[in-house]
Write a protein that binds this ligand. Sequence first.
Ligand SMILES: Nc1ncnc2c1ncn2[C@@H]1O[C@H](COP(=O)(O)OP(=O)(O)OP(=O)(O)O)[C@@H](O)[C@H]1O
Ligand SMILES: [Mg+2]
Length: 531
Amino acid sequence: MMQDVWTQLGPTIAAIMFSWTMYQNYFPHELRGHIRRYTDKLVSYFYPYMHIIFHEYESEGWFERSKAYVAIERYLSKNSCTQAKRLKANTVKDGQSLVLTMDDHEEITDEYKGEKVWWISSQQAANRQTIALWKEDDKRYFKLKFHRKHRELITNSYLKYVLDEGKAISVRERQRKLYTNNKGEAGGGYRYRGWRMWSGVVFEHPSTFDTLAMDPNKKQEIMDDLQTFSKSKDYYAKIGKAWKRGYLLYGPPGTGKSSMIAAMANFMQYDVYDLELTSVKDNTELRKLLIDTTSKSIIVIEDIDCSLDLTGQREKNKKKDEEDNKEKNENDAIKEKLKRGEAKEKQSEVTLSGLLNFIDGLWSAIGGERLIVFTTNYVEKLDPALIRRGRMDKHIVLSYCCFESFKVLAHNYLDVVESYVHFPEIRRLLGEANMTPADIAENLMPKSSKENADTCLERLIKALETAKEEAKLKAEKEEEEKAKAEKEKEEKEEKKKEVAATEEAKNADGVNEKDKSESNGAKENGDVSKG
Ligand SMILES: Nc1ncnc2c1ncn2[C@@H]1O[C@H](COP(=O)(O)OP(=O)(O)OP(=O)(O)O)[C@@H](O)[C@H]1O
Ligand SMILES: [Mg+2]
């Protein structure tokens, strides 16, 4: 039976081949063009389908895969798994998971608003005859086939849907990164291909809003704010604002500023760009760094008060004594950070205006969906222009541990809840002593397998009592010093007054003496003249 079919097919194929060769040899090129046009028209008359091709590499981007191709690949992966017979496996998330896509020359179907479309994965053989410096690969592409009558639906809405959905899948499944800026230009100013302004590692910080100890209402407010931001692309476009939001986190060391940034990144599924300002050469490099960041990311500048000389106009109407005292403490803390190597030498030429432009200049709108977060221990040291609303839209103060924050820590660290016996005492002590969440956390952490919730909470109570005692002593000492300083001041003023009074008396005596001697002299002169 099969043999009969082949016997009949043989001459037919031979006839087709012969006609094709005749056509190619004897029809001139121009004539072939005309014939082609007419046959195309004829075919399209009977063949009602249209095609759109998506190449893997577009002509301008030799080294980068087309974003549309990648998005389509991700979008089709869910249908590929169920429909295609031959699949291709690509590794993503730095080798930790696989994405299955259809292999070359496979066809799968998709449905959109009740209409059927076909996706064909194909490849065009590379031109092996060209002499090139590198080996040319076969060119892959996706072909989308659909009925002519759905042209509007496909080009206006289906394609947008596919690309958006594909991008969303990539974002959901990507391995998030933590980036830091590379110092200066690589190779002494020379940039080789592939050198990036940022280098990154996989972001794996475990902090979340659940593990973050802070007032629950405040926490919810921040989470709502972030969620609203992520859904507001159209709203930002409508009001003519770049799609970005600035957060200023301030408070004493160890109150959870860095932990909150990590929690934000995990909550939003964003990458983190940790910008070390002191390594940025100048404003131009700062702008390049900004352009090199992607959307769905948080750009962080930690300890901004130590990064650059960005101190602005201080409030001048504060009492001088208060100011001096505070300044001394702040400078001590900054010196401390310098010692610890947290604040580097100020070699950067980045200026305040460069930083302001970075945050809200024209370039800041590129990419969209970005959070910019500054942290500082001393908010009043920053220039008001830097932290005004619009640049730093939301100011969040993170302070000493309150009872609500303690409850979160106790639950996370020891699995104990509010009804626990030690809680009332801890509540009272937290109202009387200042302790950072970092210190509380350290006391709550079991140090050996013998320690349990009771021992840890008792240790915390002791630490709180010590802190309270120390605070009391400190306050007394400060009071004493203040009283001493005031007394000294009074004494000084008293002395000044005394000196002034003696000077006055002396001057008065001097004047009297002079008057006397002058009047005596006048008398003598008069006598002489008379004489
Ligand atoms: N609010 C908090 N909730 C939970 N843990 C906290 C909190 N604050 C501090 N901690 C704990 O203390 C450690 C230090 O906190 P973190 O680094 O976030 O402080 P910070 O405010 O950034 O301090 P610095 O100003 O010195 O940078 C964290 O690793 C975390 O374990
Ligand atoms: Mg920090």
